[in-house]
Design a binder for this molecule. Sequence first.
Ligand SMILES: [Zn+2]
Ligand SMILES: [Zn+2]
Length: 366
Amino acid sequence: MTELPWSNPARVAALHAALAERILVIDGAMGTMIQRHELQEADYRGDRFAAGYDALFAPDGHAHAPGCGCEGHDQRGNNDLLTLTRPDIIRGIHAAYLDAGADLVETNTFNSTSISLADYRLQHLVRELNREGARLAREACDAAEARDPSRPRFVIGVLGPTSRTASLSPDVNRPGFRAISFDELAEAYREATAGLIEGGADVLMVETIFDTLNAKAALFAIEDEFEARGARLPVMISGTITDASGRTLSGQTAEAFWYSLRHARPLSIGLNCALGAKELRAHIDVLAQVADVHVSAHPNAGLPNAFGGYDETPEDMAADLRGFAEAGLLNLVGGCCGSTPEHIAAIAEAVGELRPRAIPRLEAAA
Ligand SMILES: [Zn+2]
Ligand SMILES: [Zn+2]
């Protein structure tokens, strides 16, 4: 791996200084907060996408006109599109999490890859959604920092897992089939990465990883983009334990997951989503022992209820995560599905006085 300089050494130094001093707080769920606004199709579309397609773009370059033949697609649920059509809402969510005490906020770009955007026929928006998503988070962090310059706030540029799985077939009768290739994933991630960097992300996070091969494609693409730019950002990695046996969808335990990805020399390794704090504890415990980098956890607000919602209260979630911190397991902590600014405020308060995990010095692997 080439030794590239940091693209912004002062920001990286501020991040490391903060990590040495305390447990840093990541924000909570974006989707849960968007749901509170009960948005309708027209909200998602705004003016630019009023017809269900992009008024500013056609694949063959034609000028849209009545009868041009373009067909709209429903956009409700395309939360990342709100970065363009309802930036006020996304900005407000970032501000609420910063007010609650988050040191790091995640961009609204979980599905901003060509693979996920193709579901809405908007794959041409990858660069723009990532750039603007990072820019909104950057503005919110800069505003919070301006109010309290002693406390730096960081933008995490989020790269989600996509809906495709590179190492497994979606068809049990055709185990050799793949719905996506490594190269296709890498290409998609590279474009997203470029946008996040252009928009001003401080760090990148490959998160909610259910398939380690997808994550490898993302990390490969990120490295390519860093090399092309001649500078790098710190990279966080966060996997998802999806099954009761304590494995990712592609079959790895937390320990195997770390050893598959440690070559990327991430800023942090951690776990998020699928489980609540209680269920996640044993797996974070393993990472805290085996990883010689920072450890992060941003669990869901408990396990989903019968309606797919999350019921764990801010107090309960914060008490569980305080237990993680008291055991010396955490460097970064936040919330995933179902968590809100109330949860993040309770978590920030619960871990605020506790020491961050000391990174173990491990024997160099052969
Ligand atoms: Zn048209
Ligand atoms: Zn989640």
